[in-house]
Design a protein around this ligand. Structure first.
Ligand SMILES: Nc1ncnc2c1ncn2[C@@H]1O[C@H](COP(=O)(O)OP(=O)(O)O)[C@@H](O)[C@H]1O
Ligand SMILES: [Mg+2]
Length: 258
């Protein structure tokens, strides 16, 4: 790749600016870890290919990485999820990788594992999106970075289900259960981190996010993850007096199509 020194320097300056915006020392440390040299080069590559032009601000800082809002040259928004290339990311994802046929050959290589992890999230997202499930539209994935549709209300990232008031809980329940069932039946996956923290709400309804840890339905832990997801759904809707029988839903999902 031919590197435009000026552009790369600009990028480094912007990243530095984020770093100093973070007053908290811990957060600052996280930033240093997120923007290692290779990641900066990947961001640079994505900007030269036109996937986005600027990283605007961090939407969230998580255990394994950060999600940013970014703007394209046409002024459209995208979401950019960057996995941190650290031991802690590697350690956190191990339990989901063991037993997944798609990761058979990875072994103990930290870099490759994290890259593959981002690939896995992207592929899970594609599988769900092509099967009509309400997830952000996947755009591209390079190394430890995923670019996808920005879910927001104009400028602002969409709030989590946990922090909004619900007007029609029955309708929301039906939409979420319908989509959850499709994830299993059509995409052949178990989400494995399904909760009000991983559902974003816009005027047009809910969007399910954070599909990195989703496993194939034949994964040895699939059944356990499925039950946990359904229990979360039941727990959330209990407050609206919507009775969700975990066992009935499990049966409904696991039942073979006739
Ligand atoms: N496509 C998106 N559009 C807008 N915000 C997003 C998008 N994807 C993630 N986010 C925000 O970033 C947060 C972290 O992303 P998520 O994929 O849940 O990663 P994790 O929880 O593993 O850190 C989300 O809770 C949400 O607030
Ligand atoms: Mg999340």
């Amino acid at each position: 790749m031919k590197i435009d020194d000026k552009k790369l320097r600009e990028l480094e300056k912007k990243v530095l600016a984020y770093r100093f915006r973070e007053k908290n020392l811990e957060d600052r440390k996280i930033y240093d870890e997120v923007f290692d040299h290779e990641t900066l080069m990947t961001i640079y590559g994505l900007t030269t290919k036109g996937y986005f032009d600027t990283l605007d601000f961090p939407i969230a800082t998580g255990k394994e990485g950060n999600v940013f809002r970014a703007t394209t040259i046409d002024g459209d928004y995208v979401a950019v999820k960057i996995y941190r290339m650290s031991n802690s990311t590697f350690n956190n994802i191990q339990k989901y990788i063991t037993g997944d046929m798609r990761f058979r050959s990875v072994g103990k290589n930290k870099r490759r594992t994290i890259h593959l992890w981002a690939q896995k999230e992207f592929r899970n997202l594609e599988r769900m999106h092509t099967n009509g499930i309400i997830v952000p539209k996947p755009i591209t994935c390079v190394k430890n970075i995923i670019v996808m549709e920005f879910i927001g209300i104009d400028e602002t990232p969409a709030p989590h289900l946990r922090s909004v008031e619900i007007e029609s809980p029955d309708e929301l329940y039906n939409t979420l259960y319908d989509n959850y069932k499709k994830i299993y039946k059509k995409a052949g996956l178990v989400h494995a981190d399904f909760s009000e923290y991983n559902i974003l709400m816009t005027e047009s309804g809910p969007t399910i996010i954070d599909v990195g840890q989703a496993v194939l339905t034949n994964h040895p832990m699939a059944r356990e993850f499925l039950e946990r997801d359904i229990k979360n759904l039941a727990r959330y809707f209990k407050r609206f007096d919507i009775q969700v029988e975990v066992e009935d839903l499990m049966k409904d999902i696991l039942e073979e199509e006739k």
